[in-house]
Design a protein around this ligand. Sequence first.
Ligand code: ADP
Ligand code: MG
Length: 499
Amino acid sequence: MGKVAVAAAAVGAAAACAVAAIVVRQRMKSAGRWAKAAAMVKELEEKCATPSGKLRHVADAMAVEMHAGLASEGGSKLKMIISYVDNLPTGDEEGMFYALDLGGTNFRVLRVRLGGREGQVVKQEFVEVAIPPHLMVGSSSELFDYIASELAKFVATEDEDLRPPPGRQRELGFTFSFPVRQTSISSGTLIKWTKGFSIEDTVGQDVVSALTSAFERQGLDMHVSALVNDTIGTLAGGRYGDKDVVAAVILGTGTNAAYVEQANAIPKWLGPPPKSGEMVINMEWGNFRSSHLPTTEFDEALDIESLNPGEQIFEKMISGMYLGDIVRRVLLKMANEASLFGDSVPPKLEIPFILRTPNMSAMHHDSSSDLRIVGATLKDILGITNTSLKTRKLVIGVCDVVARRGARLAAAGVVGILKKIGRDSSPKDGGEVPRTVVAMDGGLFEHYTLFRSCFEDTLKELLPEDLSSSVVVIQANDGSGLGAALLAASYSHYLHSDS
Ligand code: ADP
Ligand code: MG
């Protein structure tokens, strides 16, 4: 025992000397590390730069692609899908309707009682359910059966006095936020999965039939009266509250936009002419790409390693599913090449999608003097302990570059839409400037305050000054569920059978 203790003491002394030597060496090395790390952030900033001139090119490219997508099938990366929504809510909708919103990490079921012009939304109830990850990559019947069974539970909580009369089915608006080739207001085939979903047996199938079959298997009596996505739902919900809404943008797990197009700009090949003067177009703008986008090696690697390489390039630069992972990739390179987190690379930093956008946003908003939220996030999520204030500041710098680029590109996309519909400048005849409202929704926009304010500032920066008060961005908080229910009312199959 004694010998061991002596030996241990000797080892301890030697170790102390060695530690002292390492500390001296490290102090010398650390200056070089800092310079290298800071230079890497600077380089990232340059590669991600989005000066107004560049954003104007992005906006122009968006408008050009919109024209091209309308001109011919496959004419653009933008699918410009006709939504069959030519009858946006007016405020007169009445009755009880359901909505189901599937399109990300959660799905929601919603029940709303509409009281017509006087009553508006009398009552709205919803339940949100997380999608078990294995169902995102399994078979469509498993996914839809799960959804149908959750919806059936929700239907069972309906007030007894609100039950539909015998012989009348409940009606539902289905918000399905993946690219769908719409074939009518209440049918459409899935083009592809995005946002981490991959269920091969559904591609090319009618999603309403798949859902309706699941309802039947679960014994649920429910008719799908409208099939929309979150952008169309948000546009419809936004229009219900504000008649000047002309476009909707989602910034959540993924991103997309929809807008109101004039009937005379809808070519015949796209679908039947709108019964009214206008038709909502689903742009699928997540798939936009342009040589003007400031892409980096990090975006390229993220794309190649994704479930859908070569697709959704715009989405991969601006949406909540990806921003955190871009930051992780940058930090990984800084750990490798500038030893940002010490001599070894923290193993967790190698795990894709471990750093999520809400973590990034929490760090970015850290206003404490010692940046303790950054420190805690690095420790809890990435297992990186004892970070210095300098390191934490560099991490925030990376978050800032990535968030700012995303927000500014999203704003440029909106300017592209306004350009397409002639709302990006005041009327040439000198007439009154119309009010133009864009309804926004999605967790990224809602919760990432710095992203949102950068988006809003950039919109102002890109638009002429005389428009700055007439172009309005509103947050349609979960407008898409309400919007889908409203569209189920507008396109109720009882209305159709009556007429
Ligand atoms: P979905 O897009 O899945 O339908 P949401 O619109 O609620 O659902 O958006 C969820 C997404 O929003 C998350 O995947 C995440 O990327 C982003 N998000 C949620 N909370 C925050 C937050 N606090 N900060 C930044 N991004 C957030
Ligand atoms: Mg959503």
